[in-house]
Every structure is written in C-alpha cells, then in structure tokens.
Design a protein around this ligand. Sequence first.
Ligand code: EPZ
Length: 422
Amino acid sequence: MDVIEIFGGKPLKGKIRISGSKNSALPILASTLLTNSIVRLTNIPSLSDIFSMIDLLKSLNVKILKKKNSCYTFKSNKPKSLIAPYELVRKMRASFLILGPLLSRYGYAKVSLPGGCAIGTRPVDLHLDCLKKMGASFKIKNGYVHGSVKSKLKGTSINFKKKSVGATENLIMAATLAEGQTIIYNAAQEPEINDLCNFLIKIGAKIKGHGTEVITIDGVKKLNGGEFEVMPDRIEAGTFALSVLGCSGKLILSGVNTEIYKHLKNILRPISLLKLKKIDNKSFSIEKVKNGCLNLKITTKEYPGFPTDLQAQLTSALLKIKGLNEINEKIFENRFMHVSELRRMGAKIKKKGSKVEISGVKEIYGAQLMATDLRASSCLIIAGLMAKGKTIINRVYHLDRGYENIEKKLKACGAKINRIKK
Ligand code: EPZ
C-alpha cells in the first residue's frame, strides 16, 4: 500500500492543469448503457473510481473500442446479465447509477445495495421512490435491489423531498427512454448534472431546464451515438485553491471553465485573505494576498452553496489562520473523520454536533496519519503541506479514487511531496 510523504512549510507557486470531473464522468459513463451506438468521451480522468465504473460497464457487455490517454470510445451491446455485483458496488457507491439506465433500456436490474461509508449511511430511498413512481417495482433481498418494469417506464411528475445529486441523475437517465414526459421538481443543480444532461442531449435525449430546479425530459424511442468532452473537476480546483490559503503562495489553475471560476470566486468570497483573478476562459490565478484574522461561519449546502466536498479541505486550510472559524456540515451526518487526525498534528478543533470550531494555532506538526475517505485524504495532504516537519499519510487508495497525480501536480509547484511504494 503506497504512502505519501510530505515535508511541509513551503509556499505553493506554479501552474496546475485541472483534470476532468470524476463526478461528471461517472454518471456519463453509466449513461452509455442507454444506447447501442458508438460514444466517444474525452477528458475522462485516470482515477480508480473511473476504472471501477468501466469494469462494471464491461461486465454489462460495454466494449471499449479505443482508449488513448483520457479519450475512450465505447459501444454498449445487450448485456448477458443485468447484475451489478457486490464486489464492484461496495468499492464505489456511484455504481448505483446504472439502475436507472438498465431499468429504462432493458426493464430489469439487480444492483447490490451500496453500503454506508466513512461519511454517512448513504441511503438510496430517493432513487427507488422516484423510479417506483415511473412504474418500476423493487424487491430487496440478500443485500441486492431487484428492480423490474412490466413494459416501459412511464414519464410522470416527481417532486424530490430533498435534493439528491445521484437520485436526480438516476431519474434523468431513466426518463430519457421512458414513455411520455417526466418533470422533476426540486432537482439537484450541481454542474455535473448539467454536464450529464448536455451529454444526453448530444446523443438525442430531449431535456429542458437542466441547471435549474425544474427539469423536463421527453422520452424518446432510442438514443444515438456522439462525442463529448467531460467538464473539468471543480472539487479538484477548489482543493488546490484552499491549499493556497493554508500554504500561502500563488497558483494558476488551467483547464477550468468560467462557471467553475465564478463558483469558486463566490464560495471563497468570505475568505478575504485570498484573491482569485480570471486569466482567460480556461484559467485563473489564486493567491494569498495577506495574512490576518478570519472569523468565518460557513455552512455546506447544495449547489451553488459551499460544497460538502470541500469542507474537510477548508478545515485544514484554516488551522493556522488567526481567529475562530466555524464550519457547519449540513449534507452528511459523519463527515468529520479527518478531525481526529488533524488534532494529532496540534490542530485546535472543537466538534459540536454538525459543527466544527477551528481556533488558529501558530504551528502544526508533521505526523503519521490515516486517510479515511476521499476528501479527508486531500485535507490531510493540505495539512501536511502546512506542517513543520515530516508527515506520512497511509491508505492513499482513498486519494487515488478522486485525484489524478496530485503529488506530481503539487511537486511541480514547489511542494516537498513523494509517493512511496510499499
Ligand atoms: C454526490 O453523492 C457526490 N458523488 C458526492 O461526492 C457529493 O458529496 C454528494 O453528491 C453531495 O454533493 C458523486 O457525484 C459520484 P446525494 P450522492 O444523493 O449523489 C441523502 C466525492 O467526494 N440521500 O446528493 O450520493 C444523503 O444521505 C463524493 O466526490 C438520501 O437521504 O449524494 C445525503 O445526506 C462524496 N436518500 C444527501 O441526501 C437518497 O436516496 C445528499 O446526498 C440519496 C441521498
């Protein structure tokens, strides 16, 4: 098992190219099951979650006709079995996103229930309820969801009682081949959902209102092929932006888009020590322009609010900032596994229910750390970059799920960071 070794205390200066978005690529890959025409996807990041999804698709008779760097050409043929096995789904919850496409295209799916994970119980009730309203029926047996449809899914109106990225995505994919019109109210508005809709429209789906809370899908008989470039990863960009807050310096992030720039500018606005500056439509700079005190109260929210996927990274970045800062995690019930690891570095963090209160300290110190989940692992990297001395981060397989070559990208910006093969 690899470990990451960091000697901290150096500012970050340099240029980083942001990879394609994991959370856009995963639903788009799942949606290749909806068509038997050839689909060419570019800007697919090289991540273990992506490889897990591709393994799952291959088990469902999706062929990779060509693969060169981040470009893949797929063709989905009728699967011999419509099963997403436990050993694949337990590794990655997003495997559940094949449920909507399989039910809509083939009328049956047997998908292992994704277990909970380090950040929460991760239920799937919203996914099942909305598909039931379209005519699917489900039996849960031996840890598997058996879904079936008598003939075709039927379009209907669905009003989500709470916003869910994955349930919105499963429903949109299912509705593209359903009979009639589906209207989704209280749809999640994350940009990755927008990207999925833009891909589906490219291959012939009839979708309106994506990016808003009301999305309308008119079912079609079949979908075609096409080519699509996956959007850049806004959480990777946000992670590097927050590493500048923690380490000082200046980074230029390229391969991004204006929407990501505006989103990060908006959510980081309360952090007066940082300055974001647009360079062109695909790049912007982020610089720590001054030291000083902060007294933030930040709550994680659905898009366009402060993303839960940046909560741990913000916690680290604030550890040495003078003042008292509070972060309220309102999306997941247990997304503070990183706090105990940060305390071992000398961080002063109080946990009170769904909130953490960070009192800035003069110094934090390198230590042996254990990554617990994907975003916690990037938070530990930021803490290691800020700390005095050596930090070793274990279980970096969590990191490899969502960050492409992060140590190489940081090393090119002056960080003393290495991956040690064990
Ligand atoms: C997506 O997960 C992302 N994953 C997560 O990113 C992200 O943290 C999350 O959205 C929130 O933005 C992918 O896109 C692959 P949800 P998802 O359904 O779809 C509850 C990362 O680090 N809920 O929007 O699983 C749920 O428990 C990952 O890249 C139900 O109650 O998230 C949570 O409290 C981590 N019932 C809230 O809704 C359901 O049926 C939001 O979950 C589904 C969800």
